[in-house]
Design a protein around this ligand. Structure first.
Ligand SMILES: *[C@@H]1O[C@H](CO)[C@@H](O)[C@H](O)[C@H]1NC(C)=O
Ligand SMILES: *[C@@H]1O[C@H](CO)[C@@H](O)[C@H](O)[C@H]1NC(C)=O
Length: 298
């Protein structure tokens, strides 16, 4: 982990793009992986793969996913990592707890909005420091229960064509979204091959959302519970390392609605065809309401 220490030291003055390209994903840190459930891969590649995108997807148009966020977190032990997240209000982003908890919450971090190519300092980008991180109190790193967190930004986002919050389901919305087309996006790894890099640009793909019963029978473990929502892995289209914390969205009335947060994939690989596991947003609406300024819709 010495490499990470050095990089972080050197990065204090570096641009956001350099910072994002050099620091390992949280999921690549060995201690994190050592404690995981055997079936879970949680979007990690081969051990300590250099970098980690959406597998079998395509490049987004700049501004196609104005709710897509990149977060960068630094921890007490000197380690750091980046992940996906979504903009949910002017002051808050939402991500997976496993992105922002390593025994404790990050000491500091940044949220970058309006990113298309993370290696370039684009005019559309807004880079904002963390104010506070709220990790679900019952988050478990061993089996990824309650894998959800919110981050308050130190200054508010400025909304424009490239930076827009995503809608969350209404409190009364009891749809499971099974059978809907789910859209996933992120900067994660594009293939399961060793050494496959993270994507510089936002990638995306889609697949049907499946029922929890179908997901459970594919996984054959008790990991798929009411707090999860699953996306079919057909065509090898899935989330992969580095996509953690990013969105699973559906389109309704010409708007995007976030129904999941990227949490884990099967240990047989991102493109193996196994359904991927997401945090079910509708399951956590009360908690989100209490840990952000999102105004929940009845
Ligand atoms: C966490 O778990 C405890 C014990 O099951 C429960 O009482 C509490 O409501 C949970 N907290 C949240 C925020 O769900
Ligand atoms: C959907 O939104 C796009 C972009 O804002 C717009 O160009 C299009 O006309 C809208 N379609 C409908 C059916 O409202």
């Amino acid at each position: 982990m010495k490499t990470i220490d050095l990089l972080i030291g050197a990065l204090a003055l570096a641009s956001a793009s350099v910072e994002l390209s050099k620091v390992k994903h949280i999921e690549e840190l060995d201690e994190f992986w050592a404690q995981l459930h055997a079936h879970l891969r949680i979007l990690r590649g081969t051990k300590m793969a250099p970098d980690n995108r959406i597998v079998n997807g395509e490049e987004a148009q700049p501004g196609q996913f104005p709710y897509q966020v990149v977060i960068m977190s630094y921890f007490q032990d000197g380690t750091g990592g980046w992940c996906g997240a979504t903009l949910v209000s002017q002051n808050y982003v939402m991500t997976a707890a496993h992105c922002v908890f390593r025994g404790s919450a990050p000491t500091h971090g940044t949220v970058t909005l309006g990113v298309h190519n993370r290696q370039v300092e684009e005019e559309t980008q807004q880079r904002i420091n963390y104010d506070t991180v709220n990790v679900h109190p019952n988050y478990s790193s061993t089996n990824l229960r309650n894998d959800i967190a919110t981050i308050k930004m130190a200054t508010p986002a400025v909304f424009n064509d490239f930076v827009q919050p995503i809608d969350l389901p209404a409190v009364s919305d009891d749809r499971t979204f099974a059978g809907w087309t789910g859209v996933i996006s992120g900067f994660g790894r594009i293939s399961d091959e060793t050494g496959s890099p993270a994507s510089d640009v936002v990638m995306y793909t889609s697949n049907p959302i499946i029922t929890n019963a179908d997901c459970q029978s594919a996984w054959n473990t008790n990991l798929i519970q009411a707090q999860n929502i699953c996306l079919s892995g057909e065509g090898g289209r899935s989330v992969c390392n580095g996509d953690s914390g990013g969105p699973l969205a559906v389109r309704e009335n010409n708007r995007s609605l976030q129904v999941g947060i990227a949490s884990f994939v099967h240990s047989s690989g991102c493109a193996s065809g196994f359904p991927a596991g997401f945090v079910r947003v509708s399951h956590f609406l009360t908690w989100i309401g209490q840990n952000s300024d999102v105004v929940l819709r009845d």
